[in-house]
Design a binder for this molecule. Structure first.
Ligand SMILES: Nc1ncnc2c1ncn2[C@@H]1O[C@H](COP(=O)(O)OP(=O)(O)OP(=O)(O)O)[C@@H](O)[C@H]1O
Ligand SMILES: [Mg+2]
Length: 259
């Protein structure tokens, strides 16, 4: 039987809810006790979610703003810990979670490629072998020699995607950040992701683009109100999601759309 590379079993995650300061005077009078009281109140971002992703699958996650998609991806990446439940990950994770995450602002683009490669467990030699491919794909030109703190959001996304897509990925995690790239770069990313379609690379793609889910993914999950609403065929999941969002869904236009 196939073994899942990502497995979530009854996973819940909550965040402290900082929003109930009753009386600023009382709060300032005894800050530590007030903070302890506030921290007790928690907001449940994900409730009892279970799903599995198998090797080579292209798994899309969709849902409204605040549904819990990025929280799910953060837990796959290991940057967030669940409160309850089990998470099993088998394989090396290449995450693109938010713009500039994983980049040191004072290092140049090129130096950040090396830093990321090392953090992903590759040797310097392996990284240098891929360097020119990464630089070329990013189309950053002379900006590759500049510190990433001077990058625009699109430049950050370009470097981020180029790094994770070329450094021998096993499990790719992508959280919507490609939307800030210009249309040409978005198309290039789409083509790159499609090139993984027949490969062993496992991909988890969080996106608000139903066209991406239909065009790239082999299975999709819809998270609604912090729980799993549906898992299955991307077209069926997107259809139900669009219906619930009162948005017309037309497979023809979606198939023609790029991202
Ligand atoms: N660090 C945090 N502290 C407190 N609450 C948080 C934190 N991060 C997320 N949340 C809350 O958890 C819920 C899920 O957030 P999450 O970022 O996972 O949503 P999302 O599905 O990725 O939304 P979007 O489509 O807007 O990116 C939201 O209600 C959000 O307010
Ligand atoms: Mg998000």
């Amino acid at each position: 039987m196939r073994e899942p590379v990502i497995s979530f079993q009854n996973v819940s995650k909550s965040y402290p809810l900082y929003g109930h300061i009753q009386g600023i005077k009382n709060f300032l009078f005894d800050v530590s006790r007030s903070l302890a009281a506030i921290k007790k109140e928690r907001f449940e971002a994900l409730r009892d979610i279970s799903f599995e992703v198998y090797r080579g699958e292209k798994f899309g996650i969709i849902g409204r703003n605040g549904a819990g998609k990025s929280t799910t991806l953060g837990m796959i990446a290991g940057v967030l810990k669940p409160d309850r439940g089990n998470i099993i990950i088998r394989g090396r994770i290449s995450p693109l979670l938010s713009l500039g995450a994983g980049f040191h602002p004072e290092l140049t683009g090129r130096e950040n490629v090396i830093l990321n490669g090392v953090l992903m467990g590759l040797t310097r030699r392996e990284i240098m072998q891929k360097m020119e491919e990464i630089v070329e794909f990013s189309e950053l030109g002379e900006f590759i020699e500049r510190p990433t703190r001077v990058y625009s959001s699109g430049m950050m996304a370009r470097l981020g995607f180029s790094v994770i897509a070329h450094l021998d990925p096993e499990i790719l995690l992508i959280d919507e950040v490609l939307g800030v790239g210009d249309i040409r770069f978005q198309q290039k990313c789409l083509n790159k992701m499609k090139s993984f379609q027949e490969s062993d690379v496992t991909m988890v793609l969080v996106t608000h683009s139903v066209a991406s889910v239909v065009n790239i993914c082999s299975r999709a999950m819809w998270i609604e109100n912090h729980v799993v609403k549906m898992i299955g065929d991307p077209i069926e999941v997107v259809e139900h999601y669009c219906e619930a969002s009162n948005v017309p869904f037309n497979l023809n236009t979606v198939n023609k759309a790029s991202l």
